[in-house]
Write a protein that binds this ligand. Structure first.
Ligand code: PBG
Length: 327
């Protein structure tokens, strides 16, 4: 059937007709908002490269969490700024560290909000790498027990989900075993399975004060050129017990999101990272594009590619726009 019998424009004529045939949905519950928590009180330290975001003391983070819960978002993911950094990233797995403290406060104040805890050492190590060092290399196997301890500390403090982002081999299995041994068999793991060594993490490293002090992360994060390897990473993480897998960043890796969804049919998250957010904000500030429309389009595209859940810095501004009928 071709023209003039077939006219695809028929269903584009009005907002209602467009809504009727819309294939992809985007709801507040699909979005997870990252929060950066720091020590102190009544503190909001704005992050220059991420307009609208700040490092928040626990009281402020709780207030933010309450607002996000009212908007119906699918959760918050916490990143911590420790009071001091050391070679082993001790505050990452201290039971009284910043993230467990924030988790306890949020769980008490906003019990229905899903609390995700990012599990990694990079915010806590003085060298800024995601694991402990042996010379200038990150020692994979010595890092695993520390990540496992962090995951247990967060789950005990009230995290509903733990999300390892370090890219060490075998960490999902190590975390699963440690959670099970600590009677936390019901705590799900969302693994950052296909996490690329990306230039788009720039603003985050300012936000979380986690830039590596020497070298880069290419010896543990993935080469942006590789798609098949992403599927191997996902397969291994699922075998080790991951309940959901993540692709990160999102927009430059939509093909990877699609392949993971098609091949494995498991819950998939995508991380719309700091640089993706910052570039859109910068262009919108200059009036070079309509920031709201661009964010909606980007988030819809990530869902269309196959992501069930999107971690995004746009969550708070975009959630209120969803649900109202879109032209
Ligand atoms: C750290 C971590 C990073 C992000 C999430 N967890 C940064 C990195 O690997 O350097 C990036 C998030 C973003 O850019 O928004 N383990």
């Amino acid at each position: 059937m071709t023209f003039p019998i077939t006219r695809l424009r028929r269903f584009r004529a009005t907002p209602a007709l467009r809504a009727l045939v819309r294939e992809t949905t985007l709801e507040p519950g699909d979005l997870v908002a990252p929060l950066f928590v720091c020590h102190g009180e009544k503190t909001r330290r704005p992050i220059a490269s991420m307009p609208g975001h700040a490092q928040l003391s626990v009281d402020e983070a709780v207030r933010e969490a309450r607002e996000l819960a009212e908007l119906g978002v699918g959760g918050v993911i916490l990143f911590g700024l420790p009071s001091k950094k050391d070679a082993l990233g001790s505050e990452a797995y201290a039971k009284d560290g910043i993230v467990p403290w924030a988790l306890r406060a949020m769980k008490a104040a906003v019990p229905d909000l899903i609390l995700w805890a990012d599990v990694c050492l990079c915010e806590y190590t003085d060298h800024g790498h995601c694991g402990v060092l042996h010379g200038e290399r990150v020692d994979n196997d010595r890092t695993l027990p520390l990540l496992a301890r962090a995951a247990v500390a967060y789950a005990q403090a009230g995290a509903d989900i733990v999300a390892p982002s370090d890219m060490m081999d075998g960490r999902v299995g190590a975390i699963r075993r440690a959670l099970d041994e600590a009677s936390l068999a019901d705590t799900p793991i969302v693994s950052y399975a296909a996490k690329y060594a990306s230039a788009f993490y720039g603003p985050f490293r300012e936000a979380a004060d986690s830039a590596p002090q020497f070298g880069d992360r290419r010896a543990y994060q993935m080469d942006p050129a590789n798609g098949e390897e992403a599927l191997r990473e996902v397969a291994l993480d699922l075998e080790e017990g991951a309940d959901m897998v993540m692709v990160k960043p999102a927009l430059p890796y939509l093909d990877v999101i699609r392949s993971v969804k098609d091949q494995f049919g498991v819950p998939v998250a995508a991380y719309n990272v700091s640089g993706e957010f910052a570039m859109l904000k910068a262009a919108a500030e200059r009036g070079w594009l309509d920031g709201e429309r661009a964010a909606l389009e980007a988030l819809t595209a990530i869902r269309r590619a196959g992501a069930d859940v999107i971690i995004t810095y746009h969550a708070k501004e975009i959630a209120p726009l969803l649900g109202r009928s879109r032209a």
